[in-house]
Design a protein around this ligand. Structure first.
Ligand code: TYD
Ligand code: MG
Length: 456
């Protein structure tokens, strides 16, 4: 009999260690490493005698077959946009997010619309009893649909439930952290258990052609709890994010084998569930105070869609030896870079100042195109001068202090115009500037040029 191996796995990030340690090298978390059985759930040793021969097919002979992945559109357009036109049959999607952000709500709404279209939908809840799920469905106006509910956590039981009767078209498993299997040797909630459960669900989806949605909770530091190991197993990963203090929620693609990875869907949480927000800019700009110094409106792009959002900066004299830098909604190293460029090339002294930067409404920006808007907000706050209220900013800043044009200029300007912003500050040399628009546009050459225009 083979000697059983043991290994130690971090429950936070999935890093495998050969011996136990208090702190994980992979993610830096404390007390997350537990002993684990690597063969658990995989079914023990391989057996050459029972192996079946597969079939290799020439790629060229496959042409014409299944050109478009067959999809199940939910009819919720913000959700369909993020998945690339609906959930793909035979694929598995992981929906991650903080507890309480609205994952179960969103998926129950999707389940209800799919069931109304005549699909066979099964909602497997390991977190709530069927009565609780029904109560939520009632609140969402979905209680009269044919969605089938199952409150199970055991993987073998779930598979038995799913294969009982007609094949399901759409399966939701809420959540992967509750899954446990008899075949995996380790305790429920461990990486091995979650991985085994997810593996079984994915195999079910591939074999039956059902669209599978797996829900996963995210820990404080933003990883899907336990299994980051699960992310590579599934076909798409969506994150549901938002700020507890605000009502809107953003569904973001981080991986998608069948569609775009830079789209967002915007929702607003109401007392009757999630409502789609067709024009996110109006929402993010809703609470603006136009006369305050330190606020600049950034014309951004998310995937194919323009999003206008306010960037707020507060620059204040510091009483600390090392001044504070705090950022919400943007990359903090990017802020350090902009501060360094302002110091080095524009003569803006920020060494004795605390700097706070906030992207309004809990929105998160990933684009470098926000550099100019951030710089404008910082300079405006330091100088105590409000920026023009009807002006947007975009452009990338390089370490030399030059500003570089960014993609999709026309789309950004069009969205700004639509929302009543008649001016724009953008890098000179920007392509595709609409002919009639030149009047309201300020083309800046460099960051010193921008600073001079703001501070006068
Ligand atoms: P839920 O979908 O249970 O979150 P998750 O599955 O991500 O843990 O959503 C829970 C929150 O949403 C809870 O705080 C209540 C709120 N909510 C509403 O505001 N309106 C609604 O119609 C529903 C169903 C929930
Ligand atoms: Mg839930």
């Amino acid at each position: 009999m083979a000697k059983s191996r043991t290994q130690f796995v971090c429950q936070n990030c999935g890093t495998v260690h050969t011996r136990w340690a208090g702190r994980c090298d992979g993610c830096g978390a404390w007390n997350t490493i537990v002993e684990d059985d690597p063969d658990g759930g995989i079914g023990g040793q391989p057996n050459a005698a029972s192996a079946r021969k597969g079939r290799a097919v020439a790629l060229a002979t496959l042409s014409g077959e299944a050109e478009e992945a067959p999809r199940v559109g939910t009819g919720i357009s913000e959700l369909d946009r993020v998945t690339g036109g609906g959930f793909v049959r035979g694929s598995a999607v992981l929906v991650g997010g903080d507890p309480g952000i609205g994952k179960s709500t969103l998926l129950m709404q999707a389940a209800a619309t799919l069931a109304r279209q005549g699909n066979r939908v099964i909602y497997v809840s390991g977190e709530e009893a069927t009565a609780q799920v029904r109560l939520r469905a009632q609140r969402l106006g979905a209680a009269d649909t044919d969605v089938l509910l199952a409150a199970e956590t055991n993987v073998e039981d779930i598979l038995a439930t799913l294969t009982d009767g007609k094949r399901p078209d759409f399966v939701i498993v809420d959540s992967i952290q509750t899954l446990w299997s008899d075949t995996a040797g380790s305790a429920p909630g461990t990486v091995t258990q979650v991985r085994t459960g997810v593996h079984a669900m994915i195999r079910f989806a591939k074999q039956t052609g059902a669209a599978m949605v797996l829900v996963g909770h995210v820990t404080k530091d933003g990883q899907i709890a336990g299994p980051r190991v699960v992310e590579h197993m599934v076909d798409a990963v969506l994150y549901f994010e938002g700020d507890r203090g605000h009502h809107y929620r953003i569904l973001r693609t981080v991986k998608n084998r069948f569609g775009p990875t830079d789209e967002i869907g915007v929702f607003e949480m109401s007392d009757k569930g999630l409502r789609e927000v067709a024009n996110p800019s109006e929402l993010f700009l809703g609470e603006r105070n136009e006369k305050a110094p330190g606020a600049a409106v950034f014309a951004g792009i998310e995937g194919t869609r323009p999003v206008l959002v306010e960037i707020q900066a507060l620059v204040a004299p510091s009483s600390l030896g090392t001044p504070r830098r705090a950022v919400v909604g943007w990359d903090s190293s990017r802020l350090s870079m902009i501060l360094a460029v302002l110091e080095a090339h524009c003569g803006v002294r920020l060494g004795n100042h605390d700097v706070y930067l906030n992207v309004a409404g809990g929105y998160r920006i990933a684009e470098p195109a926000a550099d100019m808007a951030v710089a404008a907000a910082l300079v405006s706050s330091l100088a105590g001068l409000a920026l023009p209220a009807d002006c947007v900013y975009f452009g990338e800043v390089s370490l030399s202090g030059a500003v570089r044009p960014v993609a999709q200029t026309a789309l950004r300007l069009k969205e700004a115009e639509k929302l009543g912003f008649h001016g724009a500050v953008l890098p000179s040399g920007s392509a595709e500037v609409p002919a009639g628009k030149a009047g309201g546009l300020t083309m800046v050459e460099s960051l010193p040029d921008l600073v001079a225009r703001i501070a006068g």
